[in-house]
Design a protein around this ligand. Sequence first.
Ligand code: PEP
Length: 251
Amino acid sequence: MRKPVIAGNWKMYKLLDEAVQTALALKPLVANANHCDVIIAPVFTALKTVADRLEGSNLRVSGQDCSTQSDFGAHTGEVTAGMLKDVGCQYVIIAHSERRQFYAETDESANRKVRAALVAGIRPIYCIGELLSEREAGRAESVVETQLNGGLQGLTPADMERIIIAYEPVWAIGTGKTATPEQAQEMHGYIRHKVEESHGKSVADSMRILYGGSVKPENIAELMAQPDVDGALVGGASLEADSFSKIVNYK
Ligand code: PEP
């Protein structure tokens, strides 16, 4: 049995006060959500305060990125996975498509970040997904396969057990265009099959694969009804406690 994960990516939104207010508003609304792991990913500057204010709740906190480096050093602007753990994060989003698109994230740098997160003892949420042009050219599966192989290269089955994969077709992120449940299932099934080929059936069977791309309270149930969809990574609809809690409480 895979425990579902509903994760909210707050991207570069919310000053500290608003981040805390949203987190506190969310807390009672998801307090009975024992059917899934609930995660929010505020900006770096809000992580510590939000994590402190959520202590003792069932909400977990995630970073949105981390450095490829694990050790302290002269890397201006970088934050290590260990620093995220230090301020209360249990997860970190890695290689979100916005980082791939605008900040030169590659499968190779993502792989180093995934390893850094594992070394630090936090769980990577590794994002993959094709562009619209790649889907239209019939290359969606090969793009996703390359991202999987590159980002997860060299990981042991034990490492893989600590990873969450988020399949986010880029054409569905922030566009209001959700993949159909069938499109999501098809790709999630493919990803699980590829993980089985690379790391064996037991790793594949326990791997949680989240869908991301315009998930809303109105479409979460049909996505979650798919056998290989184990949760969601939610952007826009996670910014308000009300809509995010409805997604969490999809059951
Ligand atoms: C995301 O940021 O990962 C995302 C899926 O955004 P949205 O839900 O707004 O499409």
